[in-house]
Write a protein that binds this ligand. Sequence first.
Ligand code: GSH
Length: 210
Amino acid sequence: MTLKIYGIAASRAVRTLWCAEELGLPYEHIKLSFNDPAIKEPGFLALNPNGAIPVIDDNGVVVFESLAINLYLAERYGAGGLGPAGFEEEAHILQWTFWAASEIESQTRIWFQHTVYLPEAERRPEAVAGAMETIGKKLAIAEQVFAGREWLVAGRFTVADLNLAVVLARLKELGGDAYPNVSAWHARCMARPAAQRAMELRAQAMRAAG
Ligand SMILES: N[C@@H](CCC(=O)N[C@@H](CS)C(=O)NCC(=O)O)C(=O)O
């Protein structure tokens, strides 16, 4: 049985697709949308009780949360490459992934809601300003990190880079131009053939959605 990836590419499922492409894994892509009522039904909720995408079923190993899925796939199928070789690398991969999720994605979510997602009348400029200020502080930290190295962990592209790069998918809109080292690292990540394939799947999904 192949890995099953649930979730259209025009969603956080693109993160999982990129990871699977990096690892060269065969997979079945079940293109459920985030607004498909099926993801709130018992059959899907048995896979992800949050009623959200992505979720994977890897021969019975069911995992939700996009960044956790990537950590799992990289460790299982990419040890010493995309995934960690040993506990020290693993610790640093977890460190940067948790940093991306807790310190940055918490803020990009606010930014997105108040610039794109909510109806205009409900958008609060002060929420955007607060999120941008925090994101700026975090990007300044990353700027220092990438002054001395090309990749986050172990001198090679790992799932830590992938996870942070996807959380910073809208780097330019988040003021990324002020951080040239971060921007150069992000461009290196996005230029990878697997990233390009995942972005093409995303573009196709967006075209299909109109
Ligand atoms: N933290 C979760 C967020 C999952 C999530 O919110 N997914 C969106 C699509 S990007 C979704 O399915 N939304 C539908 C809903 O929550 O009703 C992850 O990273 O996987």
